[in-house]
Design a protein around this ligand. Structure first.
Ligand code: MEV
Length: 313
């Protein structure tokens, strides 16, 4: 089989504003270029088949985890005026799934890009966002759109679900460690539980969301002005606020403590929480390598380094 369409998408890291973004507050997220998903489309003479980490076989027999993708492929093929037949889709990934790194949005984006590439139809940003939104609504019920926006933008974004995004140039002298707890993050459950907490205790939760909003607005300025120490303090405070709405867990807590004890300038969970990943801010790469090793000793199954200064080529 030769492929006739390819689509690639990176993951994303939320620097500030997870959960509060759902309540109309701003968030800042970065594309996670160290890991990506590739979707390849092949021509066949059979019903549609798929090969992914979740499932290999006829798309019509795929499990619930792939329901959003199944619907997405259906809708995209209708848009492209193609039959629901005669293709095989291979999804390859080095982006760990369900870790708050945006893998579900990334799979959708890679698949849509590969189908448009296969049928040689131009894909606009708006069209891509429209299709990915459909799959994300199925996956996450009512997502803020932050993941899809960051991944399609491919740049650091300051995002508001009603006001849209602006791009933030990255020019900070610092390195972030992304550490994977190895535990699947439960974004949908976390978002649902925070919603319940907010409904039951608005007078407690609203000020927390307001403070997260303030910190996110401050962090935009810190990024613009290369204020690394203030960024670190804001990240750690955001983590404490997220813990107070119960989206942290024991391993995230212990990795955040280890990072701070080893000299990280700030540390927090990233993404939906309840498992998934944490991030730690370091002053340079050599400090980041030492702290990343300590995080692995403390239970992280993988770590990546992320330079906050964009290398202009
Ligand atoms: C998920 O990556 C981030 C959350 O804020 C949910 C959302 O934005 O839809 C927890």
């Amino acid at each position: 089989m030769t492929d006739f369409g390819t689509g690639v998408a990176t993951g994303k890291i939320i620097l500030m504003g997870e959960h509060s973004v759902v309540y109309g507050k701003p968030a800042i997220a970065l594309p996670f270029k160290q890991a990506q998903i590739t979707s390849k489309v092949f021509k066949t003479d059979n019903k549609i088949t798929i090969d992914s980490i979740y499932f290999k076989g006829l798309l019509e027999d795929s499990p619930d985890e792939l329901y959003g993708i199944k619907q997405l492929i259906n809708i995209v093929l209708i848009y492209l005026k193609q039959p629901f037949f005669g293709i095989h889709i291979l999804i390859e990934s080095n982006l760990p799934p369900q870790r708050g790194l945006g893998s579900s949005a990334a799979v959708s984006i890679a698949v849509v890009r590969s189908l448009f590439d296969a049928f040689k139809v131009e894909l606009t940003h708006d069209r891509l966002n429209h299709f990915v939104d459909i799959a994300e609504q199925i996956h996450h019920l009512n997502p803020s759109g932050l993941d899809a926006t960051t991944i399609t933008a491919g740049q650091a974004v300051f995002y508001h679900k009603d006001l849209g995004k602006s791009v933030i140039p990255l020019k900070m002298d610092a390195v972030i460690i992304v550490a994977d707890t190895g535990k699947k993050g439960l974004t949908k459950e976390a978002v649902t539980e925070v919603r319940k907490l907010w409904n039951d205790n608005p007078t407690v939760v609203n000020p927390i969301m307001d403070r997260l909003e303030q910190l996110t607005n401050d962090v935009k300025i810190y990024l613009e002005n290369n204020e690394v120490l203030r960024l670190g303090l804001a990240m750690t405070e955001a983590h404490q606020l997220l813990r107070s709405i119960h989206v942290s867990d024991d391993l995230l807590e212990s990795l955040v403590s280890v990072a701070l004890n080893k000299g990280a300038l700030g540390a927090k969970l990233t993404g939906g929480g309840k498992g998934g990943c944490m991030i730690a801010l370091c002053k340079n790469e050599s400090q980041a390598i030492i702290i990343a090793d300590a995080l692995k000793d403390a239970g992280a199954i993988d770590t990546w380094l992320y330079n906050l200064k964009e290398i202009v080529t």
